[in-house]
Design a protein around this ligand. Structure first.
Ligand code: VG1
Ligand code: CO
Length: 543
């Protein structure tokens, strides 16, 4: 017997969140747990018999073992072929590209993204469909439904594939192709960007520091920035994927990339700094003494993407998640482009991209991407920035100053309260939601509420509706706050506040965002009592 069918029973809590299923690594490692969920995915998508799947992950602890298990299960479930990154590695955008370019039926990506890795940290599994994008809501609902009535899973036991060896192999009747995780992705980047211009910039002494945060983008950034574009060796730091990401959070924000932040403020700071997350889909952009907020980054890229060859024909439109600032909307309006507002999570951009309605998408959570794949893409954003800097001849700070002078500045910050008692977090949300209809006209710390609602999204392409996507309070004068609970955490609840205020007075464009947002922050506290109810004096993370 080279194949086993193992009896299993539904396991509580296998409900995919914003981006696949995330749990503590030890939960995934418990006997039969990963298998139970992977079989639910296979069953939920109508089986994998005869199908081609792409498989890979961000290199975190348990990645390689899980890759082997998934291959064995794909073989036992009759898949025709699996394309897997060498060593089980694939960044999320590279996996998306491989699904598309190889015409695969879908893929499984092993990652908990920016969450830490290790036996006591986090692991995750997400399923992407044939367009290369995260499974839409209807598919995750089918997968979840299957987790509730699953009775058995199938696994091939007649051998394993050496994941370190490039080339063709077999697992029972299934073909396995172990590919270089970087090659196809790097070729795509060469098509989209002006490598000659970027290379001339880098050889001309423009200094870059890219922090891969011990995660999956190390090999990608080394190949593209150092080998193909000629940046000096050492431009990419923390470049070797490590199962525990060096013990840190591979989260490109000012808190977790503090070392890069400090270097970009030093006297001999490089001209450009960037970082990416665990699975390579997020990005942080920095200039000397200049942090570019993700919402602003989306707006600048939307304004100037045409400077890169892949976007020379202009953009069909731009989409942003609802909590992302409206900076991109102002660019879209000025340039006569379509503009869409979607719920949090990349899956909601898929239909707009597939229908050709938008070319660029972004989220305030450090995600930017385009129609080149169906995921957000950290290195892509870095290369588009470098392309724009090379062609415009400006500094990062210079581009931001120009941008705000032209469009005004959407002061923006996200405040996260992490590991909050779930009941407390849910009560804060429920209490505010119950009062939304009464809020218009109410005073809060000197601001007046103009309107308040629960965001729901009507997909203009397939007509599907997503409800309960966050609470919004708009104030007179244009400021707003959004509240929502995270769908990617593994412990307690994470309460997110998204704060925004537009400033068009040229004399007031260079304040610290926290100071500029102080009235909105005070009004939010007055409306919700978060500090008192959580016992926290300040948010855990401010971006
Ligand atoms: C977070 C972000 C969201 C992002 C998601 C997945 O979700 O807010 O914008 O799409 O992570 O990103 P939540 O539900 O925790 O707010 V990644 O880089 O984790 O795939
Ligand atoms: Co990620």
């Amino acid at each position: 017997m080279t194949q086993q069918t193992v009896a299993t029973t539904p396991i509580a809590g296998q409900k995919p969140g914003t981006s696949g299923l995330r749990k503590k690594t030890r939960v995934f490692m418990a006997p039969g747990y990963l298998e139970n969920y992977v079989q639910a995915i296979f069953d939920g998508i109508g089986g994998v018999a005869g199908k081609t799947l792409v498989i890979g992950g961000d290199g975190r602890y348990f990645n390689e073992t899980a890759t082997g298990t998934i291959l064995a299960m794909a073989a036992a479930n009759g898949a025709a072929r699996c394309i897997v990154g060498q060593g089980g590695l694939l960044s999320t955008p590279a996996a998306s590209h491989l699904i598309r370019t190889r015409g695969a039926d879908g893929g499984l990506i092993l990652s908990a993204s920016h969450n830490p890795g290790g036996p006591d940290a986090d692991f995750g599994v997400k399923y992407n469909g044939p367009n290369g994008g995260p499974a839409p809501e209807a598919v995750t609902a089918a997968i979840h439904a299957r987790t509730l009535d699953i009775t058995e899973y199938h696994v091939f036991t007649g051998g394993a594939v050496a994941l370190d060896r490039l080339g063709q192999a077999r697992l029972g009747n299934m073909a396995v192709e172990v590919v270089d995780p970087v090659a196809d992705y790097a070729a795509l980047m060469e098509e989209l960007f002006d490598f000659e211009a970027i290379s001339a910039l880098l050889r001309g002494g423009f200094r870059v520091r890219f922090d891969a945060m011990h995660a999956v983008t190390g090999p990608y950034a080394r190949e593209i920035l150092e080998t193909r574009l000629g940046a000096p060796a050492g431009t990419v730091v923390n470049a070797v994927p490590d199962p525990t990401f060096g013990g840190g959070h591979p989260d490109p924000n000012p808190v977790w990339a503090a070392d890069l932040m400090a270097r970009m403020q030093a006297e001999d700071a490089p001209d450009f700094g960037a970082a990416s997350d665990g699975d390579g889909d997020r990005n942080m952009i920095l200039g000397r003494n200049c942090y570019v907020g993700p919402s602003d980054s989306l707006a600048v890229l939307a304004d100037r993407a045409h400077l890169a060859p892949g976007y020379a024909g202009g953009l069909a439109g731009v989409a942003r998640s609802m909590p992302t600032s409206a900076a991109a909307d102002r660019v879209a309006e000025a340039r006569g482009m379509a503009c869409y507002e979607t719920p949090t999570g990349w899956k909601f951009f898929g239909n707009l991209l597939d229908a050709g309605r938008v070319t660029l998408c972004g989220e305030e959570s450090a995600g930017t991407g385009s129609a080149h794949v169906r995921e957000k893409d950290g290195l892509w954003a870095v290369l588009l920035w470098l392309n724009i800097l090379a062609v415009s001849g400006k500094s990062v700070a210079g581009l931001m100053t120009d941008h705000w002078a032209r469009y005004g500045r959407n002061y923006y910050s996200r405040h996260d309260y992490e590991g909050v008692d779930s009941a407390v977090a849910e009560a804060i949300m429920a209490d505010l939601e119950a009062r939304l209809d009464d809020l218009p006209g109410a005073q809060a710390a000197g601001l007046t509420v103009a309107r308040a609602d629960v965001f729901s999204y009507h997909d203009p392409v397939d007509g599907s509706v997503a409800t309960a996507q966050g609470l919004r309070v708009f104030f007179e004068g244009g400021a707003r706050v959004v509240l929502r609970l995270s769908g990617t955490g593994t412990e307690g609840a994470t309460l997110r506040l998204y704060l925004e205020r537009l400033e068009t007075d040229a004399g007031a464009l260079h304040q610290d965002p926290q100071a500029a947002l102080a009235p909105v922050i005070a009004a939010t506290e007055a409306l919700t009592g978060i500090a008192a109810r959580t016992g926290r004096r300040a948010p855990d993370v401010m971006t």
